[in-house]
Structure formats: C-alpha cells, structure tokens
Write a protein that binds this ligand. Structure first.
Ligand code: RP5
Length: 182
C-alpha cells in the first residue's frame, strides 16, 4: 500500500532540472489534513525555489503500516529529505527518522490544548542515535528552507544561488529598517 495521494492540486511535483523532472526530491508528510494549513507553507517555499516535492498524509498512529512503507521506500524513490509535521503526541517525525537514513525535519503543529508545546517536546526530545531536526512551532517555512539547504549541497548552483540571494535580500530588508531608526 504505497499510495502517494497528492493533496494540493498542482503543487504535487515541481522541478528545478529537466532530468529530474519526474523525481520529487523532498517529501512533505503530515499526520492529518488538519495540519495542512501549516504545512502548505513548506510547499509554497519549495515551489518558490522550484524544488520538486510530494506532499501527503501519513499518520503514525492511524496508518502505521503506511508510515512504515512510506519511510522505508522514500530513499529508493529518490527523496533526499523528509519534512514531517504533526501535532499533540507527535510521533511521526521520530518514527520516520527511525526507519530511514534520510534527514528528517520535524514541524511541531500548534494544538488547541497546549499551544503546540506538546508537539514541540514530542518531536524535539529524541533519544540519542535518532536525530530529528526540529523547527519552531508552526514554522514549516523554515523546514522547507532547511530541506533546500540540504539539497543545495549537491544539486545545481541555481538553487544555491537562489539561497544566497534569499539571505542577501533578508539582510538588506533588516538593514533598511535599521537605517530608518537611526
Ligand atoms: C496528529 O493529531 C495530527 O498531526 C494533528 O496535528 C493532530 C490532530 O489530528 P486531527 O484529529 O485533526 O485529525 O496526529
């Protein structure tokens, strides 16, 4: 059962390079469709940088077998990094990390009960030996940027170039604000 349901129409696959046109490089997964309003930020960033990705729902608790097969097959399918978002007892990123050698970036999704602190602690407090790179609560945006940085180690300079430009633009926007205050 290796369904790859794509839940954002038109955002399923984006490519930066013709030979890789059919190969998503980043996987965005989440425990529930209720995580989508947060996780779509990651999809938007990947689209902006023209990085091919897939996005779907994989629940550690509700679809454990799907999580298993998804995590075990991700590397062979050409995925380079997995962004996993979950809320509450957020076991998806850690469980996926335990099943693959790919880097996993965890996104703690904000919850009603504890504002996402439960999600953050569930994701960040991994045991020694099973790392998950955890971003701030709700910051799927940063998860995608980190995934792009991982990819940029070995993919065409076009993406690396765009990253440098992104960082320069960010610096300039702060410097302009600082100048206005002086
Ligand atoms: C987690 O439980 C999901 O990642 C989601 O953040 C949370 C609530 O899920 P729903 O009850 O909205 O499906 O597994």
């Amino acid at each position: 059962l290796m369904a790859r349901a794509l839940i954002i129409p038109g955002a399923s696959v984006h490519w930066y390079d013709k030979p890789d046109a059919r190969n998503p490089r980043v996987a965005i997964i989440m425990g529930s469709d209720s995580d989508l309003p947060i996780m779509k930020d990651a999809a938007e960033v990947l689209k902006t940088f023209d990085v091919p990705f897939e996005i779907t729902i994989v629940s550690a608790h509700r679809t454990p077998e799907r999580m298993y097969s998804y995590a075990l097959s991700a590397k062979n399918r050409g995925i380079h990094a997995i962004i996993a978002g979950a809320g509450g007892a957020a076991h998806l990123p850690g469980m996926v990390a335990s099943l693959t050698t790919l880097p996993v970036i965890g996104v703690p999704v904000k919850t009603a009960a504890m504002n996402g602190v439960d999600s953050l602690l569930s994701i960040v407090q991994m045991p020694k030996g099973v790392p998950v790179a955890t971003v701030a609560i709700g910051n799927a945006y940063n998860a995608a940027l980190l995934a792009i940085k991982i990819l940029a180690v070995e993919i065409p300079a076009s993406v690396t170039g765009e990253l440098s430009q992104y960082q320069e633009d960010m610096e300039q926007s702060v410097l302009i604000k600082a100048e206005k205050l002086e």
